[in-house]
Design a protein around this ligand. Structure first.
Ligand SMILES: *Cc1c(COP(=O)(O)O)cnc(C)c1O
Length: 484
């Protein structure tokens, strides 16, 4: 039993059970110390698949054949077998995490998660099929659909707000193929959709309906663990290219929303990787910047819609894991989380704040600066970046460091073509697909295959429902699948 809840040391689970459950019974997140004594130097000598096998095998020790799971998850799915290449841009390095099937960094984790969930189901002797339920504001939905498509033993339903996703994101989802997938629009905004999904999770589905619910959100340790790999991979690449020596510290700047990506970097550091600072970059929703600066987390603030929508978030779920890893005190973490749910704010101890300042940097950037950054990097370096990456680049520019700096790039610029085209001075008249083509004509940067063919693909999912209908919708789908 390597895992326990962040809020209660008595709530233990194996890594297979933790992946199946997602969340601990008390609402806490599953954490482990399985990484202590990790052979990080040996790991740096492996190729990407080898690194993934070793890191995942360590963090999730109960899985029987990690070699096969990694092969199945990643073989032939990404543009390159390296999965996540590092590109020098000016004096910094961009770690491209968007070379997967749906052009967002969530592919790295959501290619692996279905393998972990199905292996865990088999090992735990669960006979029901696993039903993945997801509310998405755009990127997660498509990456989860692509990851779970036709994976035996699983079904997936993605709900998206009918007025809340971009035309490209919607087209990516409604054209999804596969016999076990379902995509449905919900009238309202993302919060309505998310609340509806949470209600279904808390009520649960009736016994005998043939499926068991699970989540593809980054609260699931099975989604977090695969993200540790690219921190090692980037470091190994810099070593191989002779840009650093073994043991040199490297800073990573991470465009952050739910705090999953950057937490994976912290896990890499705890596993021994010579990480200098982890710099948390936010957009105008700067709740994390304020927290890291002052030690007070306060969600009671306006929510802004920005051009980096995957980072528009006020409650970063994975922060709870960091708090635990810094203090290893369940009662302390439980106390902060209670205050967060009751008053919407908490302040960490001065010891904790000191530790945060030793490990993390921070910064934020509004839409105007994000666009200026895209334009500037394009003109000065001929490198085209998306809006989320640009937030991180902007924060990196304002951050003083002697160490080499790796900026994590989380999406292809073609996923947010209107904002990117306008940032480099192009004409943004017309629909998103026209804009995408114009962006290509102007920059000659190749359009990822999955996006280039989107316009011609057949629409397969047209359901639109009200929030109150979501529960019944899921039950109807479950019984239709059971009969089929
Ligand atoms: C999800 C997402 C993020 C934020 O990652 P977290 O792990 O939630 O911090 C950043 N950029 C893009 C493009 C994303 O899809």
């Amino acid at each position: 039993m390597n895992y326990q809840s962040t809020r209660n040391a008595e709530l233990k689970a194996s890594s297979t059970a933790a992946v199946l459950k997602g969340l601990a019974q008390d609402g806490g997140l599953f954490v482990t110390r399985a990484y202590e004594g990790f052979d990080w130097q040996g790991t740096l000598k492996l190729d990407t698949f080898g690194m993934a096998e070793k890191i995942l095998g360590t963090l999730l020790p109960d899985f029987e054949d990690m070699h096969a799971l990694v092969q199945r998850a990643y073989t032939g799915k990404f543009e390159t077998d390296e999965l996540t290449p590092v590109v020098p841009v000016g004096e910094r390095y961009v770690l491209e995490l968007f070379r997967g099937p749906t052009s967002a960094f969530k592919d790295v984790a959501l290619s692996m998660l279905p393998q972990l969930i199905t292996a865990a189901r088999r090992q735990e002797g669960v006979s029901d099929e696993i039903l993945i339920l997801t509310a998405t504001s755009g990127d997660t939905g498509k990456a989860a659909l692509a990851g779970f498509c036709d994976v035996p033993g699983t079904k997936i339903i993605v709900f998206y707000p009918d007025a809340g996703v971009s035309a490209v994101q919607k087209a990516q989802m409604v054209t999804q193929e596969g016999s076990n997938v379902c995509v449905c629009a919900v009238r309202g905004n993302f919060d309505d959709t998310q609340t509806g999904v949470k209600q279904i999770f808390s009520k649960g589905l009736p016994e005998g309906c043939g499926v068991r619910l699970s989540s593809a959100n980054s609260i699931n340790i099975g989604r977090l663990a695969p993200q540790v790999v690219y921190y090692f991979k980037a470091y190994a690449d810099l070593l191989k290219q002779g840009r650093i020596s073994l043991g040199d510290k490297v800073d990573y700047v991470v465009p952050t929303g739910n705090f999953g990506d950057i937490l994976a970097g912290y896990l890499a550091k705890r596993m021994g990787l010579p990480v200098g600072k982890l710099v948390c970059a936010s957009n105008r929703n700067d709740v994390l910047t304020d927290f890291l600066k002052t030690g007070t987390y306060d969600r009671r603030r306006p929510f802004y819609k920005t051009i980096s929508p995957s980072m528009d978030i006020l409650v970063s779920s994975n922060l709870e894991r960091l708090l635990y890893l810094l203090c290893e005190n369940e009662a302390e973490v439980a106390g902060y989380m209670k205050q967060l749910s009751e008053v919407g704010a908490y302040t960490v101890s001065s010891e904790m704040l000191e530790k945060l300042h030793a490990e993390f940097g921070w910064g934020c950037c509004d839409d105007e600066k994000t666009k200026q950054t895209i334009g500037k990097v394009w003109r000065e370096h001929g490198y085209l970046m998306d809006t989320h990456t640009a937030v991180a680049w902007n924060v990196a520019e304002g951050y003083e460091s002697d160490a080499p700096v790796v900026v994590l790039s989380t999406a292809s610029p073609y996923k947010f073509p209107a904002a990117v085209l306008s940032a480099i001075g192009g004409d943004t008249d017309g629909d998103e697909f026209t804009i995408m083509e114009r962006l290509h004509e102007l920059t000659k940067v190749p359009v990822p295959q999955g996006l280039a063919t989107l316009r011609r693909k057949q629409v397969r999912h047209t359901d639109v429902i009200d929030r109150e209908e979501m529960q019944q919708y899921v039950l109807n789908k479950a019984s239709a699948w059971k009969e089929a």
